[in-house]
Design a protein around this ligand. Structure first.
Ligand SMILES: Cc1ncc(COP(=O)(O)O)c(C=O)c1O
Length: 462
């Protein structure tokens, strides 16, 4: 037990939270009669709540805390930077921390992704990539290219542009009309593949990639600016790319002069055992968007890495990328990112993921003996477990059942059992795991045991 807050402190926090705090993507009414979970401290792979209760952080916060919690050397790097120079913008000026980090990221990134434009978040990174694609094509005389393709159920952020790229109808509807140009293509959920390609993973991948070509031709090849794809799609419950998928997508993008944007807000910085997810799957993007793991959450930072070719129209003459964000590339965040990368390097955390990813998969695969577990899928330290009503027919839950199962039981039960993970039904119902990269077998076992007991109980309640 870590030192808990006193009863009075807890009551005061709950009262203030209920009256004044607005939680993100949260049905606030559900806390009217329930305690708001308050996390007060983190150490390694664990976090602690206001009562001193410990939880295994199976989601790295929100796919963020790659190096784990409580790293004082990273916190101190931020504090040192705040004393030296807390803030200066990247509008016309530079500071050493942004320069050094840009240089380091360019060296780590595949191919000639040599230029870094910083943001503060993933949504801003995605927004920036779309704006750059549009302006780039105007600058080279291809004025009609503005559309973006992305996959069904994929999440790319919440600002209006990023939301237009996001493929989740439910979270877009209240904000329509969104900026025009977002076009959907199929994702790579092999578990739910259409029957005519369901027998062969490679064939399914070729079909899913060729759907991108068909969408480009349908929309008009001179109107499409970019395709936004995550290396391994998060939303929907971790869809890895089939073999050859990205190679075929790259060919299609080259054939039609469309930019390939690898949205690596989750998949970069070790999540899949490499600095970049595109490296793991062997493809070369034109733009990589990143955020989250670049600082492991010790300060907010995002950005995009772009190729020399995309920078060319902006490197000479009078063309300016007319875009900027006050806190982007914040000196404290850049200093923290450098310290975070130092930890990853010193402790070979990418090597840890590569060495233990097989054990993680094997441990989660044990859950396949439960009747409610339909599919266990993912790569690296990033997994989704799809829940089904009937394993043999792969029948999923209807909306009411899903509501009762996920919101009514699983989310609370997993938390109460001491595991932070995500129960999500924006696609079919899934549980997602994305633990700190420092995790080893003991943590995999703890996740498996908690999931086994809670999912067994869930089955009796259906
Ligand atoms: C692939 C992807 N893109 C963009 C975003 C948006 O990032 P942020 O929440 O930092 O704006 C996310 C967030 O989870 C993401 O997973």
């Amino acid at each position: 037990m870590s030192t808990p807050y006193s009863k009075d402190e807890i009551a005061a926090l709950q009262d203030k939270a209920r009256r004044h705090l607005w939680l993100h993507f949260t049905r606030m009414s559900s806390y009217a009669g329930n305690e708001v979970p308050v996390i007060v401290r983190g150490e390694g792979q664990y976090v602690y709540d206001q009562h001193g209760k410990r939880y295994l952080d199976g989601l790295a916060g929100l796919f963020v805390s790659q190096i784990g919690h409580g790293r004082t050397e990273v916190a101190e790097a931020g504090a040192r930077q705040a004393s030296q120079l807390a803030y200066f913008p990247l509008w016309s000026y530079a500071h050493p921390q942004a320069i050094e980090l840009a240089d380091r990221l360019a060296a780590l990134a595949p191919g000639d992704l040599n230029r870094v434009f910083f943001t503060t978040s993933g949504s801003e990174a995605v927004e920036s990539a779309w704006k750059l694609a549009k302006q780039y094509f105007k600058a080279i005389g291809q004025h009609s290219r503005y559309k973006v393709l992305s996959r069904a159920i994929a999440y790319h952020g919440t600002s209006m542009g990023a939301l237009a790229i996001t493929g989740l109808p439910g979270i877009k509807e209240p904000y329509e009309p969104l900026p025009p140009g977002g076009v959907r293509v199929p994702n790579t959920n092999f578990y739910r593949a259409p029957s005519f390609v369901a027998a062969d993973l490679t064939e399914f991948g070729v079909w899913a990639a060729d759907e991108i070509e068909r969408a480009i031709l349908r929309e008009g090849e001179d109107t499409v600016a970019a395709v936004f794809l995550e290396p391994l799609q998060n939303s929907g419950g971790c869809f890895p790319p089939p073999p050859g998928y990205f190679q075929r997508v790259r060919e299609i993008c080259d054939k039609y002069g469309v930019l390939l944007v690898s949205d690596e807000v989750i998949c970069a910085f070790g999540r899949l055992g490499y600095y970049f997810g595109s490296e793991r799957y062997g493809y070369q993007p034109d733009i990589i968007t990143f955020a989250k793991g670049v600082t492991s959450g010790y300060a907010p930072l995002g950005g995009m890495l772009v190729t020399d070719r995309l920078m060319e129209p902006f490197a000479s003459g009078q063309t300016t990328f007319l875009h900027g964000i006050t806190f982007a590339g914040h000196p404290v965040s850049c200093a923290v990112a450098m310290a975070n990368l130092d930890v990853m390097e010193k402790e070979d955390l990418l090597g840890n993921v590569r060495a233990n990813q097989g054990a993680f998969r094997a441990t989660l695969d044990k859950l396949n003996d439960l009747p409610i577990v339909g599919d266990v899928r993912g790569d690296g330290y990033f997994y989704g477990i799809e829940l089904v009503k009937d394993k043999a027919t792969r029948t999923t839950f209807d909306d009411d059942e899903s509501e009762r199962l996920l919101r009514g039981f699983l989310s609370h039960a997993l938390f109460d059992a001491g595991l932070i993970c995500r129960a999500d039904d924006r696609g079919d119902p899934v549980i997602q795991l994305s633990p700190p990269l420092t995790c080893t077998q003991e943590h995999f076992d703890e996740m498996e045991q908690i999931l086994r007991s809670v999912l067994t109980e869930a089955w009796t309640r259906i």
